[in-house]
Design a protein around this ligand. Structure first.
Ligand code: ADP
Length: 480
């Protein structure tokens, strides 16, 4: 791997953790150790928060154009370093290097988009009740933001939070996932090169409980932005109540993917393949329950199975479609879901087992899997699998499929394939999800408000609304 820093970045300085401890990182494709990183804790988190707090008055008062220029410089530098960042990501996370580069560039786009948006965080003037009054509404940066991010998108989940936060004039402390700290640290090397003033963005890697505790207890943190699992999200929300911190959460999903009988089946199969095998099924918007109308089930199953058989699995540094799963725990969960479904009567069409031997021996590889005859009593129907398993469920009527699709506490992404506009409008209106893909299986676009309802979270990331979570509304009542 190309030489890179493996330290914390606090107040513009690269530093070891106060504990002086370091922990080892392993490549999920080979099991080999790739680096060590500091084990940061309470003191490091506190120092980072202090730095962000001290930098806030200066950064929040910089001219929007000035912030915009630095954000644009960060974009340019990420693009210029995309190959290196992609390689780092593949080594620690496992996704194929081509896909990793796609994520790096998509992540960079948040800096481009918010470098432009930084100049348009406008307020309003509202007609008043008295002639001498003027009512002015300002959007002011909230203050220090603590961002906690997951391992499945090690780069873009950071840029999607940090870019709008910096555009708004906030300062940030990032705690990346312990599985993927290198991609995060590499971004901070770029922030430094781009000339971001000291303390405006800080990173602490290490003990999640200790760092999280400090984020929650330190009243200088005014906002917590989290992407990760639902239990941790609920914990952070509950604990934020003590200081009434502003919280945004992007949590788990359990996406339905509905194929109506009039759909373009080729497009649906292709869309499903892309969606299901992006990041080897380890995304919160992956299709987890695929509802196929009974009249097209045989044809669609055959079409999809043919495509699935062509998916290549291997070390992401080589030319493959999917890499390993992140760790042994993830693999055990995927296999558990498959065993449970088979025990309860599902039919195995493809895959269904761990890949072992040869190049697969030391990594966490699972065969792309297709199950049919899945029913609501199975774990795959109830829980997020987070792996390469496509469970097909048969449906007969629109009412039935909408009821099944909504039968979950989650409400992030949903998809439907049909050629009929009336079906589209009726079903899209009734789906209890923050996002609906219609003849479209990709949802993460910089300009669009990404986010969920129900237990999938609160707040939106991306687009103009992505700034809302980092600003407070202040209204001035002027009387002259
Ligand atoms: P996953 O199970 O997919 O790893 P998590 O929700 O555990 O999902 O992880 C998402 C992020 O939340 C990671 O950065 C992780 O370290 C962090 N995290 C986990 N537990 C806590 C906690 N108690 N406080 C703060 N952050 C946490």
């Amino acid at each position: 791997m190309t030489e890179m820093r493996t330290q914390l970045f606090i107040n513009g300085t690269w530093t070891e953790a106060r504990s002086s401890l370091r922990s080892a990182l392993f490549n999920p494709a080979t099991g080999e150790q790739i680096a060590t990183v500091p084990v940061g804790g309470t003191e490091d988190a506190r120092a980072a928060i202090e730095a962000a707090y001290a930098a806030f008055p200066g950064w929040s008062r910089t001219a929007a154009e000035e912030r915009s220029v630095i954000l644009r410089r960060i974009y340019d530098l990420i693009v210029a370093n995309a190959d290196r960042l992609a390689e780092i990501m593949t080594l620690e996370q496992g996704k194929p290097v081509k896909e990793a580069k796609g994520e790096v560039l998509w992540g960079a786009d948040f800096f481009l988009w918010y470098s432009e948006e930084a100049k348009r965080i406008n307020g309003e003037i509202i007609p008043s009740s008295r002639p001498t009054q003027r009512i002015l509404v300002q959007r002011q940066p909230i203050g220090v933001v603590a961002a906690i991010t997951p391992w499945n998108f090690p780069s873009s989940m950071i840029t999607r939070k940090v870019a709008p936060a910096l555009a708004a004039g906030c300062t940030v402390v990032v705690k990346p996932a312990p599985e993927t700290p290198l991609s995060a640290i590499a971004l901070f090397e770029i922030f430094e090169q781009a000339g971001l003033p000291a303390g405006v963005a800080n990173i602490v890697v290490g003990d999640a409980q200790q760092i999280g505790r400090e984020f929650l207890d330190n009243d200088k943190v005014r906002k917590i932005s989290f992407t990760g699992s639902t239990p941790v999200g609920k914990f952070l929300l509950e604990q934020s109540a003590k200081q009434v911190k502003k919280v945004s959460l992007e949590l788990g999903g359990h996406a339905p993917f509905i194929v109506f009988p009039d759909a373009d089946l080729e497009a649906a199969a292709e869309g499903l393949l892309y969606n299901k095998f992006q990041n080897n099924g380890q995304t919160c918007i992956c299709a987890n329950r695929i509802f196929v109308h009974e009249t097209i089930e045989a044809e669609f199953t055959e079409l999809f199975a043919k495509k699935l058989r062509e998916v290549t699995v291997g070390n992401g540094m080589s030319d493959v479609n999917v890499g390993p799963l992140i760790h042994e725990r993830a693999l055990a969960k995927v296999d558990g879901h498959v065993r449970d479904a088979l025990a309860k009567g599902a039919k195995l069409v493809e895959g269904g087992a761990r890949l072992a031997g040869g190049e697969y021996e030391s990594g966490h590889y699972y065969a792309p899997t297709l199950l049919t005859g899945v029913t609501p009593d199975m774990d795959v129907f109830r829980e997020e699998t987070f792996g390469p398993v496509a469970p097909f469920i048969t449906f007969r009527t629109e009412d039935e499929v909408v009821a099944m699709a909504n039968d979950t506490p989650f409400g992030l992404a949903s998809y439907l394939y049909t050629r009929d506009l009336a079906t589209t409008m009726r079903v899209a209106d009734r789906l209890e999800y923050g996002m609906v893909g219609i003849n479209e299986s990709a949802l993460g676009y910089v300009q669009a408000p990404f986010g969920g309802i129900k237990q999938s979270g609160m707040g939106r990331e991306g687009g103009q609304r992505g700034v809302d979570d980092f600003v407070e509304i202040k209204y001035l009542n002027l009387n002259f």
